[in-house]
Unconditional design. Structure first.
Length: 277
């Protein structure tokens, strides 16, 4: 069986400045698999609807991955051709997100205030840019697990030996720049990881969490504390919210989101492969 949880807190700097939370996160749990997704809408002026962009990213990514995972032959096909299928997922996430933001934009025309924001940000801005967001997704299932990353944030694996590690991360993000769903060349910046080795849990989080720690080691130690509470969702939820509110206040000041999925009970043992790109 699988379980999942997600939590989002508004950044301390956003609260003080009256800025909406631009993060989103969600999980989907089925009998044979579970999905976790987190997305971080960009904060610069031209991305003035990024809060909607991140919500759309979470929604369409969960729906897309759920549809893939629900296919009767998916397990067989995926284990035979992981790189091809992961690449197809990335292309479809981009396509569906762009379609969804265009539809949202048509149904929700810019207000006068937003038109002023657009002028102040340089005038004619591509629709996708207005909604710019990262997206990180993780899937755990019987016999395999995988993750997809576009943009900064954290993707952490807890394996069957209780080791915590970051299998892949965005190589294109630096300083105040991050890869984004709104980039015209975004397909080239996805990173993905796949394994047939047993894992206990997968975590995805926005960069507001990572930036609240002094080092990657401290970031992973925090996940270790969270791993000790797996199964006690009420305790986890209270602890996460309290911890995140303190971290954004004393650390990054940014919105913080996490979504994670984990296995309960016994783990299927496999002599499998690990793949990353």
């Amino acid at each position: 069986m699988f379980r999942g949880l997600h939590t989002t807190v508004t950044g301390d700097s956003h609260i003080r400045k009256g800025i909406v939370c631009q993060d989103s996160a969600g999980v989907y749990v089925a009998d044979s698999f579970a999905i976790a997704v987190a997305a971080d809408g960009h904060g610069s002026a031209k991305h003035f609807r990024s809060d909607a962009g991140s919500r759309i990213a979470v929604k369409i990514t969960i729906e897309l991955l759920k549809n893939y995972m629900s296919r009767a032959d998916f397990r067989e096909q995926f284990r035979a051709h992981p790189e091809f299928i992961l690449s197809q997922m990335e292309k479809q996430i981009l396509m569906k997100w762009r379609e969804a933001v265009e539809e949202y934009h048509l149904e929700n025309p810019l207000t006068e205030e937003e038109e002023e924001k657009q002028k102040a940000a340089g005038g004619n801005i591509r629709t996708a840019v207005i909604y710019g967001s990262t997206v990180l997704a993780a899937v755990i299932a019987d016999g395999f697990a995988f993750g997809l990353v576009l943009g900064d944030g954290g993707f952490v694996v807890l394996d069957s030996a209780d080791r915590l590690f970051i299998p892949v991360e965005d190589k294109n993000s630096h300083a105040n720049y991050t890869s984004s769903l709104c980039n015209t060349d975004a397909i080239h910046f996805f990173e993905h990881w796949y394994t047939e080795e047993p894992v206990r849990a997968l975590f995805v989080s926005t960069d507001g969490l990572f930036k609240s720690f002094a080092s990657e080691e401290d970031f992973l130690k925090n996940h270790g504390l969270l791993a000790q509470m797996l199964g006690d969702e009420e305790r986890m939820e209270k602890s996460l919210r309290r911890n995140f509110e303190k971290r954004t206040r004393e650390g990054s000041g940014d919105d913080i989101s996490i979504a994670f999925v984990y296995r309960t009970g016994g783990e299927q043992r496999n002599e499998g492969n690990t793949y990353q790109s």
